[in-house]
Design a binder for this molecule. Structure first.
Ligand code: PEP
Length: 254
């Protein structure tokens, strides 16, 4: 059987509010044991330049967004060229807070736009964490409806699913920042269904090798049980990545 190295990401979103608080957050990440687990952090754009050389344990810095065009007249944007130049390897795209599930940004980022961003990042040599997820009314209808939402999110990037360079983050929208976590059974059945879809649409080996993180109110308490799920390869962590417990989450998966 294929052994997938676990991967945990800390999404700091638009936090912290003060530069002076970064030191503590960096220390929380530095306390993570990276010997058996890839670790990345997504600082806010303003803070990337401050912290990107700070991590002593090999944790990587992944911006929370990227444009799909490069450098030039793109006010407020970030380009993969800039990321490559700074030695960054990973970039997060497709977070539900950017897809517009929480009303931001305007206009929301579509599946097609995200496919363009993914293609551009990969062409530039970057690796991509690609987030997908379904809102609550869809989850309430069951797994079939969930997959009917997730498949369009995956369809336009299916030819880009290189397991060495793309990690999927399954993040049910109803679970992000809510304190409501998917149960291990819900996470497992969804991750498995995603893998089955990839096996059919791309190839069994890509399905077996690609890493799928779970995201949505993951914390030190629920991480041990969720990480026992055979198709869960780690976590994308929001709120708890701002606390020392991120090290416990990494320890739970490794
Ligand atoms: C996230 O931002 O990707 C996330 C999962 O947030 P939280 O852990 O706070 O739910």
């Amino acid at each position: 059987p294929v052994v997938r190295k676990p991967i945990v990401g800390g999404n700091w979103k638009c936090n912290p509010s003060k530069v002076s608080e970064l030191k503590e957050l960096v220390a929380n990440i530095d306390a993570c044991d990276t010997s058996g687990c890839d670790v990345y952090v997504c600082p806010s754009t303003l803070h990337i330049g401050i912290v990107y050389k700070s991590f002593k344990n090999g944790a990587k810095v992944a911006p929370q967004n990227c444009n799909y065009k490069g450098c030039g007249a793109y006010t407020g944007e970030m380009s993969a060229d800039q990321m490559v130049d700074m030695g960054l390897e990973w970039c997060l795209i497709g977070h539900s807070e950017r897809r517009g599930e929480f009303g931001l940004p305007t206009p929301p980022e579509s599946n097609s736009l995200l496919a363009m961003k993914c293609k551009y990042l990969l062409e530039k040599g970057m690796k991509v964490i690609f987030a997908i997820g379904e809102p609550l009314p869809v989850r309430e209808k069951g797994l079939k409806a969930v997959m009917e939402t997730l498949i369009p999110q995956l369809l336009e990037i299916k030819g880009m699913l290189d397991p060495a360079r793309v990690v999927l983050a399954y993040e049910p929208v109803w679970s992000i920042g809510t304190g409501v976590t998917a149960s291990p059974a819900q996470a497992q059945e969804t991750h498995r269904a995603i893998r089955q879809w990839i096996a059919k649409e791309v190839s069994p080996s890509v399905a077996a090798e690609i890493r799928i993180q779970y995201g949505g109110s993951a914390n030190a308490k629920n991480a041990p049980d969720l990480s026992k799920c055979p198709d869960v390869d780690g976590f994308l962590v929001g709120g708890a990545s701002l606390k020392p417990e991120i090290a416990e989450i990494v320890a739970a998966v490794a």
